[in-house]
Ligand binder design. Structure first.
Ligand code: HEM
Length: 412
């Protein structure tokens, strides 16, 4: 039926060993089976940059309303209104407009001093300790504090809220997902309090925002809608940014010359963060539901199929990035499709990059050199499970920065 069947390449997103280094398989997929069909799990996959880019830019044919994770599409979940990442036009347009108003570049830039303070709070006690963990000691904390600050959530409650958000998007290998979309009830107490005590935070912005809904009625958001928005942002912005910081530790330990350049010239750091995002995207793939029969590489993807877009493969496609498997902070075009593209392009992309840049700057100031060592079992490591969890805004238990080599050791 497709070009796939002439090749014996096998790609299984649930295979933990394959996920430890999926890049050789991605390369084979791009070359031998650019349209791939996986029979056991019943999904199609595209792996070349142009193909993934094309699909993300066509939200009518490839919809998000059935979920953006394979297990969700299989489970036929109904999402409450406001889960914009899993909505389609026109509802998505209305909901996105509201949330984009609270993520303006001005508001993001204004967060810089606070994020820097958060990083210092994590790192200063570690100076002289000899070793630290990029994931547990900084990655798990700074994004959580940043989002907590945006929402005005007291620090003592942020851990619970972060873990709840991450948990609600966790899936199990090959199993359709249970209907456990977080409707944000964890934030209800703060929201109700904030309604009577407005402040300079997102919660207040959302409470006060007026908009024309899809029926043309001018109104404010309901309590339930705001709670859902908050759950989406917490789910989308925590573990992804954590993993970006984790990958910075691992990849720069593997490329000490480029790390030395960054330590000597911090103006290179924003470009290096883009290259890190291209080279090791926090989520390896995004899923879409296909609404009509489509032709790809002489094969047909039937209406009703689940289609995986292998972003991590697209980002290394030599057609787009010469010598794509090479990490190079001086590369001209970086970033790739890590934050998606088109109508669902990540609303937190600027914030995540800012957090990554500041974290890296502050780490390099205090620890200009490190090497990675095998990680002992620790509280942030959960049992390895489904590779479907490697979706950007979901937790990938088996992703590398939290796996065997995430502990950098300071070289005196
Ligand atoms: C390195 C960190 C991050 C990565 C790699 C990432 C990746 C992504 C991707 C790929 C999408 C699009 C998914 C799709 O097309 O189905 C997305 C959407 C989204 N992200 Fe992020 N994200 C990151 C950080 C953040 C942060 C920090 C926030 C907010 C604080 C955030 C909020 C969102 C929201 C609200 C959406 C939904 C946008 C829409 O559907 O219109 N993300 N993200």
């Amino acid at each position: 039926m497709t070009a796939t069947q002439t090749s014996d390449v096998y790609y299984d997103p649930y295979n933990v060993n394959m996920n430890a280094d999926p890049y050789p398989v991605y390369r084979r997929l791009r070359e031998e089976a650019p349209l791939y069909y996986n029979e056991p799990h019943d999904f199609y996959a595209l792996s070349r940059f142009d193909d993934v880019d094309h699909v993300l830019a066509d939200p009518k044919t490839y919809i998000s309303g059935r979920g953006g994770i394979l297990e969700m599409i299989k489970a036929n979940i109904e999402f409450p209104p406001g889960v914009l990442i899993f909505e389609d036009q026109p509802t998505h347009t209305t909901h996105r407009k509201l949330l984009s108003g609270v993520f303006t570049p001005r508001k993001v830039t204004a967060l810089e001093p606070k994020i820097r303070e958060f990083c210092a709070r994590c790192l200063d006690p570690l100076v002289g300790a000899g070793r630290f963990d990029f994931i547990a000691d900084i990655g798990a904390l700074v994004p959580m504090w940043t989002i907590g600050m945006l929402f005005g959530i007291p620090e003592q409650d942020q851990v619970f809220i972060r873990d709840r958000g991450n948990e609600s998007l966790r899936t199990e290998a090959g199993k359709p997902m249970e209907a456990k979309i977080d409707t944000g009830e964890a934030f209800a107490t703060y929201l109700d309090w904030r309604a009577d005590h407005p402040s300079d935070d997102i919660m207040t912005d959302l409470l006060q925002a007026e908009f024309d809904d899809e029926t043309g009625t001018r109104r404010r958001l309901t309590r339930e809608e705001i709670l859902t928005y908050m759950a989406v942002v917490v789910g989308a912005g925590n573990e992804t940014t954590n993993r970006l910081i984790g990958w910075a530790g691992k990849v720069l330990a593997d490329h000490p010359d480029q790390r030395a350049e960054l330590a000597a010239d911090p103006t290179l750091i924003p470009g290096a963060v883009e290259e890190l995002l291209r080279y090791e995207p926090p989520g390896t793939h995004i899923a879409r539901y296909v609404t009509r029969d489509v032709e790809w590489h002489e094969g047909t993807v039937p209406a009703g199929s689940a289609l995986l877009l292998l972003v991590a493969s697209a980002n290394r496609d030599d057609r787009r990035y010469p010598d794509g498997d090479r990490f190079d902070i001086h590369r001209e075009f970086r970033l790739g499709l890590t934050f998606g593209r088109g109508i669902h392009y990540c609303l937190g992309a600027a914030l995540a990059q800012l957090e990554g840049q500041i974290a890296l700057e502050e780490i390099l100031k205090r620890f200009p050199e490190w090497r990675s060592t095998p990680a002992p079992p620790s509280s942030h490591r959960r049992p390895r499970s489904a590779a479907g969890n490697r979706f950007p805004c979901v937790s990938p238990d088996e992703s590398l920065p939290v796996s065997d080599e995430s502990l950098p050791e300071r070289i005196p």
